[in-house]
Design a binder for this molecule. Structure first.
Ligand code: ADP
Ligand code: MG
Ligand code: MG
Length: 906
C-alpha cells in the first residue's frame, strides 16, 4: 500500500498547496504555497493530519514504523537542498519540528527548534559558523524545549516554575545580569550541562544524543500536544473537532540568533485591531523563535511610523527610541523593503489580511509562516469592506468573510464621551484589542472564571498572559497586562475572542502575592473597579459609564450589502418601546414576538392581575380586567408607535397564572391585606393553581379558552391602541397571535373571540384597523396538522423554544441537571435550545411550512425564540422558506448577516 503520509517542499517546489489545509494543516499548506509563489522558505516536509488520527488509533510504535521510510527520504531531501547533513559534526543540518492544525490555534501546541544538536554537533556548529555564542545559545534553547515538550519537564502545576527557567535565573543572578542575551558563552555552556543534569535527575534518563531519535521524540510529542489540556479547551471554545488532528512540519532551521545582522519577527499586512490598511509588526535583533511573543525583551516595531506611534504611547523620547528601539525600516532598510514587498504579495495572493512570521539569518530574509490573520470584529468588517472597495474581492465574498457572531463586538456599548473625559486616567498601555470594559480587578485565571460565574464583571490583570490563562481571559470583560507588545499572547488571544485588551502598560506594578496593583502611587486591590479603553490603551480608575453602539460607517455599508442579497426579513423580539427602538436602529423591520406577561408586573397592574386570578366568577374577572385594559392599551400604544409602518406581532397571555401570585407567606399576607381577604383564601387559590407539570399545564391558549374574557380584553387593548394611533395619523400594523395551539378548535374559538371583539370595538370607535390573526406553532401536533390550522390562521410563527422542549421532551427549566453530562459524553453536540436541532425539530418546521402553505399558499411564516438570532439556525430558516426570523435586539445585525449569507451560499 502506498498511502502518502509525507509531503515535501523547498526551493520553489512543493508536493502540497494552499488548498490542502485539511490534510497538511494551515501551516503546512501555506509553507507549500509560499514555495510555489516564490517566497523564500526554508525547505522541509509535512506529516499529514491523517497520521495524527492514525497515531491515536494505532499508537506510537506502529506509526513510527509506518512513517520511517518516507521521513528518512524527506530528511535527505532537506539535506540535499541545504547541502548539509543531519547529525554531521562538520556540517550539521538542524531542523524545527512544528505543529500545525487545519484551523490556527496560536500557541496551543508545541514547537521545538534547533533539533539535531548534541555535544559534538554543537562544537562543530560553533566552528563552522565561527560563532560560538550562537551555537551554544541554540543548543541551550534546544535542550530546554526538548526537555519541556518531549521529556515532560514542563510543570503541570502552574504554581511551579519551569525547572529550566529556574536554572537560567540562578545563572543570571550569580552575575547580576537581567537579560538572556547578556549571558556569556561559558554561561550558555553551563546552562546546557545544568539542563541535562536536571533532566537526568527528574526523568532518570540521559538526554538523547542521536538526532534521529530526537526527531521521532519530537514528532510524537507534537501529536501528543494535540491532546494537551489547553489545546482541548481551545478546541472546545472554537468548536474545532478533535478528529481534525494536527500535522507535523519538519523544516530546516534558519537562525535569527546569529548576531546583529540576524533577527526574528511577526508582522500583519493590516492592523488586526482596527482593520486599517497599515503594515505593522514587531521584531527583535539577535533572537529566536517566540522571543518576540514571549515578552522577554521589549520587541521593536517593523515600520518607522509604527515605531513613532509606539514610542508616543509608551512616553519614550525620540533619541531613546532611535538609539535603543529603532524600527526595522531604519535598522535594516534593505531587508525591510523585501519584507514589505513580500507581505504585499502574500496579501494579494490570498486576498486577505495576512499574519506572518519571519527570520533574518545573517542578512537574508526567510518566511516561516503565513495565515489569514485573526482580527477583531471591527477589523473584520473594515477589512472586508476595504478589500471590496479595492477590488480584491467581490460583494458576495465580502459578505461571506464576515462571521455573524463576531458582529456582536461592534454592537456592544462604548464609553460615554463625557464620562470618559472626566474619568481619571491611571496609565496608558498599548491599544491591543478595542472595546470598552469595566470590572473588578482579579489577578488569576481561576478567580476570573469563578467571579464571572458568580455574576461579577472582572478585568484580568497580569504581568503577561500564557495559554494557561485562556479560561480566565474568556470569562473577563477585559485584559490588562504590564508586559508584552501588540503581538503578545494576551493581545493575539484577546483579538481572537473580541475582548478588550490593553497590553504592555509598563507603569503598573503587580504583586501577585498581595493581590495588589500599583500605578504611580495609586494602590488598587483585588475587587477594585477599573475601566479599560482597548482602542486608546487608556486605563481608568473606577467604572466609566457606557452608551449604546450605533450602526454607522463600514458596518452600515455591510448591512446595506446584506439587504441587497437577503431574502429573509429580520424582525425583533421586543416587549417595550425602548427595546423596539434599539432593534429598529439595528435594522429590525417589525416585531416578531411581543410578549405581554411582563407588562403585568408593575405595582398597579399586578394588583389588578391578582384580583383577576382570585376572582371565582366571570363577572369578578371582567371587573378586574377592566382595570387592566387601560394599562395594556398604553403599553401597546408605545410599542406600535415605535414600529410605525411595520408589523407588530403580539402574543396573547401565555404563562401559567401561578407565576403572578406570591408563593411566600410574607407576600401572601401583604396581598391579603391589600385585597381585604384572608390569607387562607389566598393560599387556597395559590394551591389550586399549583401544577405537577406547569410547562404542560394550564397555559398558552388554554388560558384564553378557559377564560375568553382575558383574550377579549387583550384584543381591545391592542386594537384600541392601534385605533388611537390611526386617529393620530400613524400607520399601525398589529398582528394577534394565539399561543400553544395543538388542536384546530383551540385556534377557531380564540379567533372568534378576537374577531367578535374587534367588530364591536370598530363599531364603537367608528374606525377600522387592518389586522391579522395567526398562531404559534410550538406543540408538535400543530406542525402535524398544519394544513388544517392554516385554513384559519393567517400566519405561523414557529416558537422553537417550546417546540424544542416538547420534541425532545426536555424541560427547559430542568435541563441544567443533565445537559453538561450530555455534552461531555457527546450524546448531544450542542444545547438544542441554543442551536436549532435541524434534523428533528427542523423537520417539524419544514413540514409545518409545507403543510400550511398547501392550504394557504401565501401563508407568512416566521420564527421567534432564541434560535432566530443564531447564525446556523437563521440559515436553516432561509432554506425551509420562512419569511422572517425574529431575535433579540442586539442580535438583529447578526441575523441580517446570517440571512444574507444563506442567500449567497444558496
Ligand atoms: P506556533 O504555531 O505556536 O506559532 P511555530 O511552529 O510557528 O509555532 O513556531 C514558532 C516560531 O518558531 C516561529 O514563529 C519561528 O519564529 C520559529 N521557527 C519555527 N521553525 C523555524 C525554523 N525552521 N527556522 C527558524 N525559526 C523557526
Ligand atoms: Mg507560528
Ligand atoms: Mg411558547
Amino acid at each position: 500500500m502506498s498511502e502518502k503520509r509525507v509531503y515535501t517542499f523547498g526551493n520553489g517546489v512543493a508536493e502540497g498547496k494552499a488548498g490542502m489545509k485539511n490534510l497538511l494543516g494551515g501551516k503546512g499548506a501555506n509553507l507549500a504555497e509560499m514555495n510555489l509563489i516564490g517566497v523564500p522558505v526554508p525547505p522541509g516536509f509535512t506529516i499529514t493530519t491523517d497520521v495524527c488520527n492514525e497515531y491515536f488509533e494505532k499508537g506510537k510504535e506502529k506509526v513510527v514504523a509506518l512513517l520511517k521510510n518516507e521521513v528518512e527520504n524527506a530528511v535527505h531531501h532537506i539535506e540535499n537542498l541545504m547541502n548539509c547533513k543531519f547529525g554531521d559534526v562538520q556540517n550539521p543540518l538542524l531542523v524545527s519540528v512544528r505543529s500545525g492544525a487545519r484551523a490556527s490555534m496560536p500557541g496551543m501546541m508545541d514547537t521545538i527548534l534547533n533539533l539535531g544538536l548534541n555535544d559534538e554537533v554543537a562544537k562543530g556548529l560553533a566552528e563552522k559558523s565561527g560563532n560560538e555564542r550562537f551555537a551554544y545559545d541554540s543548543y541551550r534553547r534546544f535542550v530546554q524545549m526538548y526537555g519541556d515538550v518531549v521529556l515532560g519537564m514542563k510543570p503541570t502545576n502552574k504554581e511551579d516554575i519551569d525547572p529550566f527557567e529556574e536554572i537560567i535565573q540562578q545563572v543570571k543572578a550569580e552575575r547580576g545580569i537581567k537579560l538572556d542575551n547578556e549571558m556569556s558563552v561559558d554561561e550558555l555552556k553551563k546552562l546546557v550541562a545544568l539542563f541535562k543534569e536536571a533532566i537526568k535527575n527528574q526523568t532518570g534518563k540521559d538526554f538523547p544524543t542521536d538526532p534521529m531519535e530526537q526527531l521521532w521524540g519530537a514528532v510524537c510529542a507534537v501529536f501528543d500536544s494535540w491532546m494537551n489540556e489547553r489545546a482541548i479547551l481551545y478546541r472546545k471554545m472554537e468548536g474545532i473537532p478533535a478528529e481534525w488532528g494536527t500535522a507535523v512540519n519538519v523544516q530546516a532551521m534558519v537562525f535569527g540568533n546569529m548576531g546583529n545582522t540576524s533577527a526574528t519577527g511577526v508582522c500583519f499586512s493590516r492592523d488586526a485591531a482596527t482593520g486599517e490598511n497599515i503594515f505593522n509588526g514587531e521584531y527583535l535583533v539577535n533572537a529566536q523563535g517566540e522571543d518576540v511573543v514571549a515578552g522577554i525583551r521589549t520587541p521593536q516595531q517593523i515600520t518607522k511610523e509604527g515605531s513613532l506611534r509606539w514610542a508616543a504611547q509608551q512616553l519614550i523620547d525620540e533619541d531613546v527610541r532611535a538609539s535603543q528601539y529603532p524600527s526595522m525600516e531604519e535598522n535594516m532598510p534593505e531587508i525591510f523593503a523585501e519584507l514589505n514587498a513580500i507581505q504585499e504579495k502574500l496579501e494579494r495572493h490570498y486576498h486577505d489580511m495576512q499574519d506572518m512570521e519571519f527570520t533574518v539569518q545573517d542578512g537574508k530574509l526567510w518566511f516561516l509562516q503565513t495565515r489569514n490573520g485573526k482580527r477583531t470584529g471591527t477589523a473584520m468588517v473594515k477589512i472586508a469592506m476595504d478589500l471590496l472597495r479595492e477590488g480584491e474581492i467581490d460583494e458576495k465574498t465580502a459578505l461571506l468573510r464576515c462571521e455573524p457572531n463576531k458582529l456582536d463586538e461592534l454592537l456592544h456599548p462604548v464609553f460615554d464621551k463625557a464620562a470618559q473625559k472626566q474619568a481619571k486616567v491611571l496609565t496608558r498601555g498599548l491599544p491591543a484589542s478595542p472595546g470598552a470594559a469595566c470590572g473588578q480587578v482579579v489577578f488569576f485565571a481561576d478567580d476570573a472564571a469563578r467571579w464571572h460565574e458568580e455574576g461579577k464583571q472582572v478585568i484580568m490583570v497580569r504581568i503577561e498572559t500564557s495559554p494557561e490563562d485562556l479560561a480566565g481571559m474568556s470569562a473577563a470583560e477585559g485584559i490588562l497586562t504590564a508586559r508584552g507588545g501588540m503581538t503578545s499572547h494576551a493581545a493575539v488571544v484577546a483579538r481572537g475572542m473580541g475582548k478588550c485588551c490593553v497590553s504592555g502598560a509598563g507603569a503598573i506594578n503587580i504583586n501577585y502575592k498581595q493581590r495588589t496593583l500599583e500605578i504611580d502611587g495609586v494602590l488598587l486591590r483585588e475587587g477594585d473597579y477599573i475601566s479599560l479603553n482597548g482602542s486608546t490603551g487608556e486605563v481608568y480608575l473606577g467604572e466609566v459609564t457606557t452608551q449604546p453602539a450605533k450602526v454607522t460607517g463600514d458596518l452600515a455599508e455591510l448591512m446595506e450589502l446584506c439587504n441587497k442579497y437577503t431574502k429573509l426579513v429580520v424582525r425583533t423580539n421586543a416587549d417595550t418601546p425602548h427595546d423596539a427602538q434599539v432593534a429598529h436602529n439595528f435594522g429590525a423591520v417589525g416585531i416578531g414576538l411581543c410578549r405581554t406577561e411582563h407588562m403585568f408586573f408593575e405595582s398597579e397592574k399586578i394588583k389588578a392581575m391578582r384580583e383577576m386570578i382570585l376572582a371565582d366568577t366571570k363577572e369578578g374577572r371582567e371587573k378586574a380586567l377592566t382595570k387592566l385594559l387601560p394599562f395594556q392599551r398604553q403599553d401597546f400604544y408605545g410599542i406600535l408607535k415605535s414600529m410605525d409602518g411595520h408589523p407588530v406581532n403580539v402574543r396573547l397571555l401565555d404563562p401559567p397564572l401561578h407565576e403572578f401570585v406570591p408563593h411566600d407567606l410574607e407576600g401572601q399576607q401583604a396581598m391579603a391585606a391589600e385585597m381585604g381577604i384572608s390569607v387562607q383564601e389566598i393560599q387556597h387559590r395559590v394551591n389550586s393553581l399549583s401544577e405537577h407539570n406547569p410547562m404542560l399545564g394550564h397555559r398558552g391558549c388554554r388560558l384564553g379558552n378557559t377564560y375568553p374574557e382575558i383574550t377579549a380584553m387583550q384584543t381591545r387593548a391592542i386594537l384600541g391602541a392601534a385605533i388611537q394611533l390611526k386617529k393620530e395619523g400613524f400607520d399601525p400594523h398589529p398582528e394577534i397571535m394565539v399561543p400553544l395551539i395543538g388542536v384546530v378548535h383551540e385556534f377557531d374559538q380564540q379567533e372568534k373571540v378576537i374577531r367578535d371583539t374587534a367588530k364591536q370595538l370598530f363599531e364603537e370607535e367608528g374606525v377600522e384597523i387592518n389586522f391579522h390573526v395567526g398562531t404559534m406553532i410550538e406543540v408538535p401536533r400543530a406542525a402535524l396538522v398544519a394544513e388544517n390550522i392554516a385554513k384559519k390562521a393567517e400566519y405561523f410563527s414557529f416558537g422553537t423554544n417550546d417546540l424544542t422542549q416538547m420534541t425532545f421532551g426536555y424541560s427547559r427549566d430542568d435541563i441544567a441537571s443533565f445537559l453538561p453530562v450530555y455534552l461531555e459524553k457527546k450524546i448531544l453536540n450542542v444545547d438544542p435550545f441554543q442551536v436549532l436541532d435541524q434534523k428533528g425539530v427542523g423537520q417539524l418546521i419544514d413540514m409545518g411550512v409545507k403543510k400550511g402553505r398547501s392550504t394557504r399558499p401565501n401563508l407568512v411564516c416566521g420564527i421567534c425564540g432564541e434560535h432566530g438570532g443564531e447564525p446556523e439556525s437563521v440559515k436553516f430558516c432561509h432554506r425551509v422558506g420562512l419569511n422572517y426570523v425574529s431575535c433579540s435586539p442586539f442580535r438583529v445585525p447578526i441575523a441580517r448577516l446570517a440571512a444574507a449569507q444563506a442567500a449567497v451560499e444558496e
